[in-house]
Design a protein around this ligand. Structure first.
Ligand SMILES: Cc1cc2nc3c(=O)[nH]c(=O)nc-3n(C[C@H](O)[C@H](O)[C@H](O)COP(=O)(O)OP(=O)(O)OC[C@H]3O[C@@H](n4cnc5c(N)ncnc54)[C@H](O)[C@@H]3O)c2cc1C
Length: 483
């Protein structure tokens, strides 16, 4: 809305206290899942507040089901802990696929070509890396199972409206639901909303600037098309490359989306995924979110009708699912006790308070000189605010670091560190800022989180890091994927 904003005083309200607990986590996406499970497993009475009816955030409701960057170029898994446990539970239900462990790190051209065709996230700089493709629906169930087993008290359909503050000390959260406006009082508050929704009312400083040319500047509305004869479409693409190029240019000119990715999951061979990007002026402005939600569905129809008419294999296809929640990639980024900047991507030295080690795979040749990025605990602590942690893509980082290191497994790792720290600080009777870092590090190590100088025994490579024998493909070549 342009011009001066009219304001009115809100009538005074008394709010019921729904619960008093040790740790309240707002947002049940990758960051919130890691935080709530870790806090509860470490003995904290933990409440999780999620605005939708399912957990997982972008990784389920956003239909973003690619969990990349789990190993470094050598094939060594670097993100484990709760993230790996989640994947293993999905594997056990045949609701996940990834390249076999014995080929991680391989530069065998036959292997890289096969996996690049199948899912381009599994190949970086001509090497196979560990990335997982998961089933969103089964994942919703598995995440419920994980929070329930941990003893987390979860409120779904509940919108975290604002933090309760005593001066600069967080003391709980007010949330809204069909039951009305209620409060949860807590010793520690964790903002895992992705967008840093609690930051403004907490009085925390944050940035929102994003270069329009980078990935995190875009909103998205993903969707799935079912009953596609993928092999027919792929054959057409390969045998008519010029016509294919013309068609993709034509759909782009019409405002639609060129290309699609194949699901890859068992029994989902006839489904393709589309992950469009929409430029936007803000990822937290409700008018902008509404505009893109509407636009996304309009473009979805246009694109599907075009594919159906022009691409052999799509004749009998139909739109089976559009993402229940809009795709957000970047919004507020908190100013923490330490802000990760592009300078940190030049250093290969771990921080003394490293809580996570991330493979640096996505920056082309620059990544080869900097295979690992270290995340300090201080980047989760909002400057000047007590009893609060930020465990999601709003962690303290500049645009470049955020663009590369706000992915799903990264956020689960932030969450695991934040939830563990919150529980330990409650147990030790100290603030999260005063927590003895060695106790946090020691606990993360027992949770199988790889840290500098401490690699979990459980995940040591079974074949000394050597690539194994090429396995027969499960699916035939799927062509280049597109995002
Ligand atoms: C189209 C697209 C493609 C992407 N591709 C990939 C990819 O291939 N691999 C990858 O790893 N990452 C990818 N990303 C990025 C990744 O999905 C996000 O960075 C990641 O999910 C961030 O996790 P998060 O927990 O910080 O936030 P989110 O996933 O956004 O989760 C936040 C959760 O908090 C809830 N919430 C928000 N506000 C409130 C509130 N006020 N009260 C209560 N609940 C609230 C939300 O409903 C949600 O469940 C992609 C993103 C998009 C949009």
């Amino acid at each position: 809305m342009a011009g001066k904003i009219k304001t009115i005083p809100e009538p005074n309200k008394t709010v019921n206290v729904a619960r008093e607990c040790d740790v309240v986590v707002v947002g049940g996406g990758p960051g919130g899942i890691g935080a709530a499970i870790a806090a509860a497993r470490n003995g904290a009475d933990t409440v999780l507040i999620e605005r939708y009816g399912h957990l997982g955030g972008m990784s389920t409701g956003g239909l973003v089901t690619i969990i990349p960057c789990l190993s470094d170029f050598s094939g060594t898994m670097q993100i484990a802990g709760i993230n790996q446990e989640w994947i293993e539970r999905l594997t056990a239900r045949e609701a996940e696929i990834h390249p076999p462990e014995d080929i991680w790190g391989s530069d065998d051209s036959k292997l890289t070509s096969y996996w690049n065709d199948r899912s381009f996230f599994t190949v970086r700089e001509e090497r196979i890396v560990y990335a997982s493709i998961i089933d969103a629906e089964i994942s919703k169930c598995v995440l419920n199972e994980m929070v329930n087993e941990a003893g987390v008290k979860t409120y779904l359909h509940s919108w975290g409206a604002m933090p309760l503050m005593n001066g600069n000390k967080a003391a709980g959260v007010i949330f809204e639901s069909k039951s009305g406006r209620q409060a949860v009082l807590s010793k520690v508050v964790i903002d895992s909303t992705g967008d840093g929704d609690l930051l403004p009312a907490a009085g925390a400083k944050f940035d929102t600037d994003i270069d329009p040319d980078i990935r995190i500047a875009n909103l998205s509305m993903c969707y799935w098309i079912d009953n596609v004869d993928y092999m027919k479409a792929d054959d057409f693409r390969k045998t008519n490359p010029e016509r294919w190029g013309e068609l993709m240019r034509e759909i782009m000119q019409k405002g639609g989306h060129p290309g699609f990715m194949r699901s890859n999951l068992k029994n989902q061979e006839r489904i393709v995924w589309i992950h469009p990007r929409y430029a936007c002026s803000s990822q937290t402005d409700v008018e902008e979110l509404t505009r893109v939600e509407m636009l996304g569905r309009e473009i979805m129809l246009l694109t599907h009708e075009f594919f159906k008419k022009n691409i052999p294999g799509f004749e009998n296809s139909f739109i089976v699912l559009s993402s229940p929640q809009l795709g957000t990639r970047g919004a507020r980024r908190v100013h923490g006790d330490y802000m990760m900047t592009s300078e940190d991507l030049l250093s290969n030295d771990p921080f003394e308070d490293t809580i996570a080690v991330f493979p640096d795979l996505d920056r082309g040749k620059a990544s080869l000189k900097h295979p690992l990025t270290y995340i300090p605990y201080r980047s989760l602590l909002p400057k000047g605010i007590e009893n609060m942690l930020v465990a999601c893509r709003a962690f303290s980082s500049d645009q470049e670091v955020n663009n590369y290191f706000n992915l799903i497994p990264h956020c689960v790792a932030f969450g695991e560190a934040a939830g563990t720290a919150a529980a330990l600080s409650v147990r030790q009777g100290v603030s999260v800022r005063q927590l003895d870092f060695n106790s946090l590090r020691g606990q993360l190590i027992t949770q199988n989180v790889p840290l500098p100088g401490a690699y979990p025994e459980k995940y040591k490579r079974k074949q000394n890091g050597k690539a194994g024998v090429y396995q027969a493909p499960l699916f035939v070549s799927q062509g280049k994927a597109s995002m």
